[in-house]
Design a protein around this ligand. Structure first.
Ligand SMILES: [Zn+2]
Length: 295
């Protein structure tokens, strides 16, 4: 299921009316492998990326670029990994903000007083939130993944950014739509110019779910049938990436402003941590985004 070749542009995806979405770009910076969104880079407003498992100092199940404290890795290794990735973005853990993720749909508006929360330890992370938004420059928003869907947002007009962590529960609760709404209420973000991206995550190829999950989607989304493929009695393959794409599109984001990665974290196991592939004991890659400048 690898879709990239020697070139930089590694993934593209075609949905519905045949619209094609440019994928994420793979970048190797020293020994760190990171993925970026071309439309975000083109604005010149942000530094951002989605990390891989390559280029860190953790070992064993967390080998090697584990960026999360809550998974049982040596905290000193996590701090060293974070230092390394953040210095690549021209930042540091005292400017990082992390939430403790709970598969909900609460959005936290990050301000200067949050700077550093969750940056160097789990204790100080913002509790119970899966989405972070801000219009303060120089603050790195972060969230952590091993198969769940990372959503990125950039409002280039009002210079505001957001991240949302969407597993199946967060997707059913439409965390992406809640994040957009919060950006609109707090920063005046309009849907016509907002950029969004659906990052590397578990693909329909590897994500089998049962009728409980199917029913939750069926109750909520009249278009749910395009998201599932029946495999056997009580077993479906769920396309969580498309579920999030459809929500953003139906919320009003223009299709050509949504970048979708087709990389599956379980298929690309040599590149990404995967909760399913690693049977639960594994590290986390991170979504990172920061508005350029200082505040
Ligand atoms: Zn797969």
């Amino acid at each position: 299921m690898y879709h990239y070749s020697a070139g930089d542009i590694i993934t593209s995806k075609v949905y519905g009316e045949g619209l094609k979405h440019m994928g994420f770009v793979r970048k190797q910076i020293d020994d760190i492998l990171i993925f970026t969104i071309p439309s975000f880079t083109e604005t010149g407003l942000v530094k951002h990326g989605f990390t891989s498992r390559r280029g860190g100092v953790s070992f064993g199940d967390y080998s090697s670029l584990n960026l999360a404290f809550h998974v049982g890795d040596d905290p000193d290794c996590v701090r060293e990994n974070r230092n390394k990735v953040l210095s690549m973005l021209g930042s540091s853990p005292d400017r990082l903000v992390a939430g403790s993720q709970v598969h909900g749909n609460r959005v936290h508006v990050v301000t200067v007083k949050d700077k550093g929360k969750g940056g160097a330890s789990l204790d100080t992370a913002i509790t119970g939130t899966d989405a972070l938004i801000t219009n303060s420059p120089g603050i790195v928003l972060s969230s952590y993944y091993a198969d769940c869907v990372p959503l990125f947002f950039l409002d280039p007009e009002h210079k505001a950014i957001g991240l949302a962590h969407a597993g199946w529960k967060g997707t059913v609760q439409e965390i992406g739509v809640h994040t957009l709404r919060a950006m609109s209420e707090n920063f005046g973000t309009g849907l016509d110019c907002c950029l969004a991206a659906v990052g590397p995550s578990i693909g329909p190829c590897c994500y089998q779910v049962d009728s409980h999950v199917y029913q939750r989607f069926a109750e909520r989304f009249d278009y749910h049938k395009v998201l599932f493929e029946k495999e056997e009695e009580d077993k479906w393959k769920l396309n969580l990436q498309r579920a999030n794409y459809e929500q953003l599109l139906r919320a009003g984001i223009r299709s050509d402003n949504i970048t979708v990665s087709s990389l599956c974290t379980a298929c690309c196991h040599d590149i990404f941590f995967s909760y399913r592939k690693d049977r639960g004991k594994t590290g986390r890659q991170a979504s990172l985004i920061m508005l350029a400048g200082e505040s």
